[in-house]
Design a protein around this ligand. Structure first.
Ligand code: SF4
Length: 372
């Protein structure tokens, strides 16, 4: 009878393990450590940012088997991450499996009814992060999560007093050691190759590539510039950095806006409208090909940070101190007194997204280019 090492951390019982070999005679066996569950369901940028937990988890539990539970639309952001052993999309067909699993430690990152309910219902010896009570109110599992819990309830604390980045808040609230670990999005070999090719093609007639993440999620529509302001910024880049190519980067929801932007530069081959309909992995490849990225506080910004890009990030409604650019970038703050506010819509004029000066963007771009 063949030998199966079901006690190996790489064993999945379904297909060849990541080392692509049979168990018999294998010298890469690693005994399974504790089973760690991470619940990080949404939003997309926040899920990607939560991967900053993985180095801290590995430091404490080197042989852990890490199972990450997330919504199906976030799975692409986690694919190919070497520190995640199993990704389980949170959807109906996976409920029986989730109910059956037993975790040694379960970390719930999100403060939401869905994530809290899931953390409450799953089998685990130790639960950390967030849960819900019998009435559906969100509550912390552990005292380390108190500060992050309070941030959600106290705008003065969240908007002005707190100076910790979200990566630190999340790590500490789960009782893990924070060492300013980065969050990462890992490309496959094929994606690396594609990124290199895009870069090579663009650089045949330019010094480098400025990536402009043009949009943001529909949930917070004010995290993006108007089309008119976007065109002004691109025009200023082209005037100030004529040897640089500009990539317009975005997703499906940015398609029409990007089309209008490109139309303003229809005869300029150095303004490139990149595909908006090829999914997040393709978007990450285009971002990876750039030398620097300009973005609002959105998924595109997080992907750029997770690909270790120098980023110029502008902030209006959200809290700039919650984002760590890891000393590679520059933060710009909208010049409005009502910022931050975390509003999904507002009646104030002028709007935050109109109060980041084009000249300031150019200055920041020059500063980053000079450092490359
Ligand atoms: S209140 Fe101010 S910061 Fe908030 S969305 Fe409106 S303009 Fe932007």
């Amino acid at each position: 009878l063949a030998t199966y090492r079901t006690d190996c951390r790489f064993y999945n019982g379904y297909k060849p393990c990541k080392h692509k070999r049979l168990c018999e005679g294998c010298d890469l066996f690693e005994a399974r450590g504790p089973h760690i569950g991470v619940i990080s369901l949404e939003a997309l940028g926040a899920v990607l940012r939560s991967t900053c937990l993985l180095p801290a988890i590995r430091r404490q539990f080197p042989n852990a088997v890490v199972t990450w539970i997330t919504y199906p639309n976030a799975v692409d952001l986690l694919r190919n991450h070497p520190e995640i052993d199993q990704i389980i999309p949170f959807q109906d067909r996976n409920i029986p499996a989730l109910n059956h699993l037993r975790f040694d430690r379960l970390f719930c990152v999100d403060k939401s009814l869905q994530a809290g309910g899931l953390s409450k219902s799953l089998n685990a010896d130790i639960k950390l992060g967030f849960s819900i009570d019998d009435h559906g109110s969100i509550v912390p599992w552990n005292h380390e999560a108190d500060y992050m819990y309070r941030l959600g309830l106290d705008d003065q604390l969240k908007f002005f007093t707190n100076q910790k980045p979200e990566t630190q808040l999340t790590t500490e609230s789960l009782g893990l050691e924070w060492k300013r670990d980065e969050y990462r999005l890992f490309l496959t070999d094929e994606e690396h190759h594609r990124s290199a090719q895009i870069r090579k093609d663009a650089r045949t007639n330019s010094k480098g590539i400025i990536g402009f993440n043009t949009g943001c999620s529909k949930l917070y529509p004010y995290k993006k510039f108007t089309v008119e302001r976007s065109i002004e910024v691109v025009r200023a880049w082209r005037q100030n950095f004529p040897e640089w190519t500009v990539f317009l980067l975005g997703g499906l929801e940015d398609r029409e806006r990007q089309h209008q932007m490109k139309q303003a530069f229809s005869s300029d081959s150095k303004v490139v409208n990149t595909p908006t309909d090829e999914g997040m992995r393709s978007g990450a490849v285009w971002i990876d090909a750039c030398d620097l990225i300009f973005s609002g506080d959105s998924l595109g910004m997080h992907i750029a940070i997770a690909r270790s890009k120098p980023v110029i990030a502008w902030f209006g409604l959200s809290c700039e101190q919650e984002i760590d650019l890891y000393d590679r970038g520059i933060k710009l703050k909208s010049e409005v007194s009502c910022s931050p506010c975390w509003k999904r819509s507002c009646q104030n004029e002028p709007k935050c997204y109109d109060q980041v000066k084009v000249a300031t963007v150019i200055e920041a771009t020059k500063a980053l280019i000079d450092k490359l």
